[in-house]
Structure formats: C-alpha cells, structure tokens
Design a protein around this ligand. Structure first.
Ligand SMILES: C[S@@+](CC[C@H](N)C(=O)[O-])C[C@H]1O[C@@H](n2cnc3c(N)ncnc32)[C@H](O)[C@@H]1O
Length: 222
C-alpha cells in the first residue's frame, strides 16, 4: 500500500502532518474522497435498481461493495488503480454503457462532476437506466446551476444528514472545515419531467454498530 501511495504525486500541503499519515494536501490527488458505507445503504433503502449497475469512479469500492452486498451485479471501474475493480478507465472517454444503471460519488473539481453527470445521463438514455449521484449540497442552490437543474430535474433528491467523505485511512481525521460539507443523492430516471421529489435520509440509521430504526423506505416520496 505504501509504495502505491508514494508513487502518486501529492498536491501542495496546507495542513501539518498527523503522525502516521500522509500530509493533508489542498485537494486530495485524483479527487479521492471515499463515500462512507451508510450513504449507499441509505440510498438502497429508498431506491430500487432492476439490473446491473456501473460504478464508474469506484475508488477502493466503498459504494460498489455495498451495492454488491445488496445483491446487485456491479461493474466497478476507475481511472486510478486503488486495488479494486477495473483501473485505467477514464469514464469521460467511454463510448458505451457498461451496465444499465450508474451509481457513483464522482470527482467534483474542475467541472468533473458536471461532466460525469452529462455522460451518465447520455448513457442512461441508451439503457433506459437510472443514474444516482452523490453530490455536494451547495451545488443544488447555486446561481450558476439553477438553469441546468431546471432543464435536467432529477426524479428524486435525498439530503443525507451526516456523512464525511474523506480518506481518513490515508490522511488521518478530516480537517474541521471539511466535516461541514453536506451531501445529497440526486436520482434521475428515464423520461422524468417536472418537479423533483425531496426526502431526508439519516446516516446514523445505517452506520454499522448503531441500531437501525429505518423509516426511510416507509416515508419515501412517491
Ligand atoms: C470522490 S472519489 C469517490 C470514489 C468512490 N466513488 C467512492 O464513493 O468511494 C472520486 C473518484 O473518481 C475517480 N476519477 C477521477 N477522474 C476520473 C475519470 N475521468 N474517470 C474515472 N474515474 C475518475 C478518482 O480516482 C476517485 O476514485
């Protein structure tokens, strides 16, 4: 593991090193911000995927493992080799869908999330599949994006209350400013038009070691 990490260029460091961990760069290389498993479990409590799923930015498999554990056939790919799935695959250069549905937490920086969404929606039009993306909540209410959201309204939006997408195993605990980020799942289904349904998901209800009193499904929007 360490030789892999040392072989990867690190962005400029802005925080002191925590003992035993890499120094925290300003942006994590390759936008690697893994998704805590409870986020995917919460999504699966309210959404059904009736066929194979492509996780096109799988990282170390945080989302893909949960999808597989739930019984789904998953195609997991990533640009980078994290020791999971098929590496070396640039999603934005792919020309054909590798599964019916797409579920991912995409890279965000430099317009990458927008490019991932556009590419995913194009593939989903071919497969008649669903696209579910974990996105930064701030992107939902932003003057540069309002028109785009109106033109491409997701069927459903789920705010998830308390997750931190941070590679703690590499860099130690997340910096406090980072823990303030909030996320939501956007779910696009074929032919949806008009307003998006909105619902709230509790991360705590899906964390391992905590009792799961899950009412998400019962109360999901229709
Ligand atoms: C925010 S991380 C999320 C990783 C994983 N989806 C998860 O939820 O744990 C974004 C991932 O996108 C990958 N990535 C960045 N650019 C990519 C590209 N053009 N094609 C495929 N994967 C890419 C990174 O290597 C990284 O694993």
């Amino acid at each position: 593991m360490m030789s892999i990490l040392l072989g990867r260029p690190l962005a400029r460091s802005s925080s002191p090193r925590v003992a035993g961990f890499l120094p925290v760069p300003r942006r994590i290389p390759n936008e690697y911000y893994p998704t805590p498993p409870e986020a995917t479990r919460a999504l699966l409590s309210v959404e059904r995927f009736d066929g194979s799923i492509w996780e096109p930015a799988c990282g170390e498999g945080a989302i893909a493992r949960e999808l597989s554990a739930a019984g789904h056939a998953v195609v997991a790919t990533d640009l980078i080799d994290y020791g999971y799935g098929l590496p070396g695959l640039d999603f934005l250069r792919e020309t054909r869908p590798r599964a019916k549905h797409i579920v991912t937490n995409p890279p965000y920086g430099s317009g990458l999330a927008d490019a991932f969404i556009t590419q995913s929606l194009a593939f989903a039009r071919q497969t008649r599949g669903t696209v579910a993306m974990l996105l930064n909540l701030a992107s939902l209410a932003h003057r540069t994006r309002t028109c785009w959201w109106r033109d491409h309204p997701p069927s459903r939006l789920y705010a998830i209350d308390d997750i931190v997408c941070w590679p703690e195993h590499r860099y130690g605990p997340a910096p406090s400013h980072f823990t303030k980020h909030r996320y939501f799942w956007a779910v696009w289904t074929p032919n949806h038009q008009g307003p998006s349904a909105f619902w709230w998901l509790s991360a705590a209800e899906f964390r391992i070691g905590q009792p799961s009193h899950n009412n998400n499904k019962k109360r999901r929007p229709s």
